[in-house]
Design a protein around this ligand. Sequence first.
Ligand code: GLP
Length: 245
Amino acid sequence: MEIVILGGSRQIGKLAADAIEQLIRRKPDAVLGLATGSSPLPVYDELAARHEQGLDFSRASAFALDEYVGLPAGHPESYREVNVHGPDGMAADVPAACEAYEQAIIAAGGVDLQLLGVGTDGHIGFNEPGSSFASRTRIKSLIEQTRRDNARFFDSLAEVPHHVITQGLATIMAARHVVLVATGAQKAQAVRDFVEGPVAAICPASVLQFHPHATVLLDEAAASALKLADFYRHTYENKPAWQGL
Ligand code: GLP
């Protein structure tokens, strides 16, 4: 796991966009895994700016990490509204929709680069604490802390669904490169737990310690509880230029 501590969201957006741009130039039909939430927004802003300057995504495809169950088509908080492949949160047969989603990812050739945020409880996608490291796309119940965290996107807490469909931890681990973005002091404990704590289902993001190519981009606030922060800074500053992310 590579930990990169940067000055702020803008630099994080640029660095993640660099990795995506290099991928798209090397492999124009690359498969991107996209996360919702506020953390990746600077990355999307930067990619939109580069697209306006000519970066071509027309042959690329994208898969969402997760979706709420029961939000009708057209609901602004339905993750499918972001116009990428997504699990069908309105499916009558949810297990069949989950299996179809796994097959669609495989048919596309697998995810080349998966962008991730992290929840304050250490979840990735919507894999809440206790999720199996072997899990694939499936229905999950949200922990109240996550419903409260996400209530800001809805008119009230009562409107946040209790159920979601999410790629599993094993689905996420199959991505060739994982780039996790976390910003703000409210993420500091989760970051410390998954980067430096034990690998354990109580902290789902800790499974990334087993990923052969995981990059974690943090601002100073999100990195503030890390024991080895100085070592990560030193390592990144002295990294050979040819290595990239
Ligand atoms: C939701 C999403 C996650 C995201 C998390 C953190 O629960 N399902 O994919 O990482 O929120 O969101 P934010 O980046 O807004 O803090």
